[in-house]
Ligand binder design. Structure first.
Ligand SMILES: Cc1ncc(C[n+]2csc(CCOP(=O)(O)OP(=O)(O)O)c2C)c(N)n1
Ligand code: SF4
Ligand SMILES: [Mg+2]
Length: 341
């Protein structure tokens, strides 16, 4: 632990919770938010800051987790919280971590490890703010965690498609019609794999899903403990944008993992470790068919059998042909999956 004279780059040592009964009871994201019923991203905020503990500063870029969480005169945040511009979670994380370090070095505040977490949505993080996140991940002298909560659309402005919206999904920018059934024909960006592969100064990148709450919190705790700039990508079912009954949020998170669409892994010091249900798939457990996940959501209600087969083939390719299944997309051998007519 640091003291006023020796502060360097120390972090809080946050050991993993060994099971749900060992999770701390204190809450730092409480009542007072206005997110939709069944909003998984709100659960991610609650678990993220529960895992981090009280000596934490949270910075949040524009999006549902800003707007719905800080409606006029109310907020669920118990820890210090600041809004930052839509594309700037990376800059906010780096600036805050550097500012804290400078103040402590100059003796203007007590030297102690304070967690800095900046969250962003898929629009703000994987699209608009990707450059700033990349820059932050090159500065190993500053401790911060960037957590991307991925509800797979620009949800707050009424569900426009982002670079993380899945193939074929119905959004306000990609409505299926009689002339063209599939408007959105791009495959989802591989943001965690991309950031892990390209940032040698970043010691920790992980993917998480709040349907596996303890495992998710333990990845947050690991990221904050290992220090330097770190990154976590969370897949968050969104009842409004994905168009399903709010009671299905938890199940859809599980299905995203069990179908192999969203693999759970961590990359620590360049070593890839699959965990949870994804570990079981890597070890041979069959993946569930993607249709079990897709057909529970209204955004895929227009899919034909050909569309389902195409989606399945793309996920199969990720598992069978990628150099590192679900993580690194270089192919061992050439393959081409024809688009459905
Ligand atoms: C520079 C800028 N452009 C556009 C907007 C309008 N805007 C506010 S929230 C938002 C959606 C952000 O999407 P995402 O980051 O995925 O977060 P979500 O709303 O899905 O939680 C947009 C486009 C803005 N606030 N700032
Ligand atoms: S639109 Fe989606 S992400 Fe936004 S508050 Fe509602 S459920 Fe949550
Ligand atoms: Mg979003």
């Amino acid at each position: 632990m640091a003291d006023a004279t020796t502060f360097t780059n120390d972090t809080q040592v946050l050991l993993p919770f060994k099971g749900v009964k060992k999770v701390t009871l204190e809450e730092y994201f409480t009542s007072g938010h206005r997110t939709c019923q069944g909003c998984e991203s709100a659960l991610v905020m609650k678990l993220m800051v529960k895992a981090a503990g009280p000596r934490t500063i949270v910075l949040g870029s524009t999006g549902c987790m800003y707007v719905a969480n800080t409606t006029y005169y109310t907020t669920p945040w118990v820890v210090p919280w600041m809004h930052t511009q839509l594309g700037s979670s990376g800059s906010a994380a780096l600036g805050t971590a550097a500012g804290l370090k400078a103040l402590m070095r100059k003796g203007k505040m007590k030297a102690e490890p304070i967690n800095v977490i900046a969250f962003c949505g898929d629009g703000g993080g994987a699209d608009m703010g990707l450059a700033a996140i990349s820059a932050t991940l090159t500065h190993k002298e500053y401790n911060s965690l960037i957590l991307l909560y991925d509800n797979e659309s620009y949800a707050n402005t009424d569900i426009q498609l982002s670079g993380l919206t899945p193939y074929g999904a119905h959004t306000t920018f990609s409505p299926p019609g009689p002339v063209k059934r599939i408007i959105h024909t791009r495959w989802k960006k591989n943001v965690a794999g991309m950031l892990a592969a390209g940032h040698p100064e970043c010691r920790y990148v992980a993917t998480v899903c709040a349907s596996y709450a303890v495992e998710m919190m333990n990845r947050v705790r690991r990221a904050l403990t290992i220090g330097g700039p770190t990154f976590i990508h969370s897949l968050d079912p969104c009842p409004k944008g994905w168009d399903y009954d709010p009671m299905l949020s938890h199940e859809l998170g599980e299905l995203a993992v069990e179908t192999g669409i969203f693999p759970l892994y961590e990359v620590e010091d360049g070593v890839v470790k699959y965990y949870g249900k994804t570990r079981a798939i890597v070890d041979g457990r069959p993946r569930k068919p993607v249709r079990e996940y897709l057909l529970k959501q209204g955004r895929f209600a227009h899919f034909t059998e050909d569309d389902l087969a195409y989606f399945q083939a793309k996920v199969d390719e990720m598992w069978n042909n990628w150099e590192l299944p679900g993580v690194v997309a270089f192919r061992k051998q050439p393959s081409e999956i024809p688009l459905p007519a």
